[in-house]
Every structure is written in structure tokens, then in C-alpha cells.
Design a binder for this molecule. Sequence first.
Ligand SMILES: Nc1ncnc2c1ncn2[C@@H]1O[C@H](COP(=O)(O)OP(=O)(O)O)[C@@H](O)[C@H]1O
Ligand SMILES: [Mg+2]
Length: 286
Amino acid sequence: MARIIAITNQKGGVGKTTTAINLSACMATLGRKVLMVDMDPQGNATSGVGIERADIDECVYDVIIGGSDSRRVVRPGPIEGMEVLPSTLDLAAAEIELATEISRETRLRAGLEPLRENYEYIVIDCPPALGLLTINSLVAANETLIPIQSEYYALEGLVYLFGTVQRVKQHVNSGLKISGVLLTMFDVRTNLSKDVEKEVRREYPRMTMRTVIPRTVRLSEAPAYGKPIILYEPSSKGALAYMELAKEVVQSGEEGPGQGTGRADRFGGVEGGAATRGDTGKGDKA
Ligand SMILES: Nc1ncnc2c1ncn2[C@@H]1O[C@H](COP(=O)(O)OP(=O)(O)O)[C@@H](O)[C@H]1O
Ligand SMILES: [Mg+2]
């Protein structure tokens, strides 16, 4: 049964899509069977791995609204071991259409059910909003990975996201966990990036991923070639960082109870604590 990881942050431009593509491709490089699901109507994750609009007959919209069999909608990915459930602009209508549907929060979970046994990991790229598409992703997921840009205000808005995660847990998906907060676009040359990292690790000591993703122009170029970084420039810093992340994510799932510290710490009380703080503290004032 696949471990389902939703990449969420209601802010745009923090590295969600870059992380969805490259985490998926790097886990496939490690020999894992991975499905990447594009839940953003912009379809950047779809085009970023070289799947063109003209080649898409049905997309994730048809799965969650039209009841299409997701197994038919899956497309080959850019690398062996990786497949893709694509999105198109059609999906933009889903946000509105879902509002009046029965079981509107569980459509994606139901749609992915026939696929779960075919993969070890399903990675969902979410849109930059906390609407029904992101809620559907959190309901379908076992966990969520939260990329944040290494800039001022990196933590701004996180309490809302934690609050949303907490509500999804309470009402529909009690097993949902926060796998971690991932620092992206880290600029090694600036003190700002270092200061932000310090602050994030102080605020969320066990929830922050060990791996940090550097800011590199190669990572921003690769989607134009329809390639994950591991194919576009395999020895680049960006490729090495996403390979590290893939290993960290895979390991966090394989550590048994009492082994190591990563999973127990990260998935244990911490994330509950953060969400509680989000519900009662800063979030109310922000
Ligand atoms: N580590 C990075 N270094 C340089 N550019 C990056 C990096 N991560 C993302 N980008 C670029 O920043 C922009 C926003 O990233 P993206 O992954 O699309 O964010 P989101 O999906 O959260 O909106 C894109 O143009 C992307 O290519
Ligand atoms: Mg995106």
C-alpha cells in the first residue's frame, strides 16, 4: 500500500511543484515505484515532467468529478518507476463544482484507492490555496510535507496550514501526520537564509527536515525541458539535495518504533503541539 504524501502550502512560489517533481523522480531513482498526482489546475507538475496538454485525454478532474477510473488516467512519467496523474485547467472548475457535491472532501481518496497497491509512494502536488483541492489532498494523504522559502515571513501563514491539518485530522482523516517542514531556495551566500533556517529549527526543532534545498538556477530551468533535475543535471547541487530528501523521506517511513529518532520525534507529539499552538496562539492574532 502506497504511502501518500501531500505537498502543501497555501503560499505560491515556495517550491511545492519543484519538490513534488523532484522528490518523486529521486525516489524512483532509488528504485521505488512512485505516482505523482497533480492537483493544481495550473498543471505545472504535469508540464514540468514533459507531459503536454495535447496528449492528455482525461485528467484528475475526470477522476474526482466524472468518476473516471484513475488507472486509465495515469500517464508514463519522465523516468522509470515514476508515473503521473496529470492535471489540466479543467481542474479549476472542480473547486466550484465540488462545493455542492456529496462527499466532496473524499473524492480524491476514493479516486486513488484502485491505485494504492500499484505504488510505494504517491506524491500529491497541491495548489496555492487551502480550498477543496488541497483539502481533498490532505484527506487522501497519510502525511504532508510543507516546503517553505528561506526568506523573511517564511513562517507566516503556517499556523493556518497547521490549523487546517488539525481540522482534517479531527473530522475525516485521523491518521494524517506532518512529515516535515522543508526549507527551499536556501541561498548559501546570504545571512538571511542562515537566519531563517535558525529560526525555523528553533521554532520547529523536530519537524524541520534535515535536508535543505539550495537556490540554484538549474532547478528552475529543468521544467522548461520537461525533466526532473536528476535527468537534467544529475551532478548538480539541486539534484544531490533532492536525492538527500528522497532518502530522508524513505528512511522516515522505514524506521520502526524505538529505532532512530526521526520518525518517532517528528511524527509524535511535536506535530500535535504545533497544531495546538496554531489553533490557540499566533493564528488567532495574525
Ligand atoms: N531551489 C530552487 N532554486 C531556484 N529556483 C527554484 C527553486 N525551487 C523552485 N524554484 C523556482 O521558483 C518558482 C516557484 O517554485 P514552484 O515549485 O513552482 O513553487 P509552488 O509550486 O509552491 O508555487 C519556479 O519558477 C521554480 O522553478
Ligand atoms: Mg505549484
